[in-house]
Design a binder for this molecule. Sequence first.
Ligand code: MRU
Length: 347
Amino acid sequence: MSFSEIYPVIWEGDRAILIDQTRLPAEYTTVAIADSDTMAKAIKTMIVRGAPAIGVAAAYGMYLGAREIQSGDRATFLVELEEVAQKLRQTRPTAVNLFWAIARQLQTAQATSGSVEEIKAALLETAQAIQTEDLQTCKDIGDNGLKALPKTPQKLTLLTHCNAGALATAGYGTALGVVRSAWQGDRLTRVYADETRPRLQGGKLTSWECVQEGIPVTVITDNMAAHCMKQGLIHAVVVGADRIAANGDAANKIGTYGLAVIAKAHNVPFFVAAPLSTVDFKLETGTEIPIEERDAKEIYQVGETRLCPDGVDFYNPAFDVTPATLIEAIITEKGAVKPEELKKFQA
Ligand code: MRU
């Protein structure tokens, strides 16, 4: 399988098919989802994860929910569709693509004249459009990232955190899309993948994608990044984002902020790669970004084994915010810009 065949969410017949990301890399399995409750659960339990992929899944979730509405009366239908939206909004708070996709579906419903059946058809079409657009967006991010990477005589070694790959998007990836484009453009020797505690998206998913693609990958634990930079092993860091504020502050997987601080200390440029659908222009700065807190079990338990003694308290924020001042450029589908220039893309 190559990355061009990794699609975490597809529509087949009358249902969505999701790669079950909780089982990779041990098992490649898919789950078929035919109702909105199951889609909401799949997002919450991270069968599908990664900001743009969550957006695509939510868009299909909106259609599935619409399909469940019995009423043929437009006004009643729109009220019930808002209830579906509310259910999906409650799944994960940080990735803005979730809210963006739901808002786009509500807008589609409002803007479609005609019968309830016609609105339902438009919702399916829009979900498919969101998916297709995101795939192209990721490829454009990859191309723009390749242009933005340091122009060195030697090929580059890049470091990434979490999984911002095909699995986290409609396909291809954002940060890992830049890695792929660098690989295809013969600019890359290797990618270092932070393991990414506690859910190990780097160790499990990024490494898996790289193996599928034949990209040389070295997995390190998160606390090894500074040492690798000091040794001169890393030329640039490229990460994804879950929500970017208007000033360029970027929320991404927990540990990203620390990585940016370390990169600054070692003069290693730090890039954020994300679609404009991840930019929340309503938020002035990153302090306004809601940070998801997840179950403490993710920290203290591996499989069935408890790692820490009873009587210990835990804190498990899933994301942190990297200040714009630490970011060299934000790589979007419309080009790579300094964080302070992001506002020029505001619609
Ligand atoms: O908790 P997750 O696995 O959904 O978090 C994913 C990330 O933080 C990714 O880096 C981010 O969504 C960018 S994905 C293109």
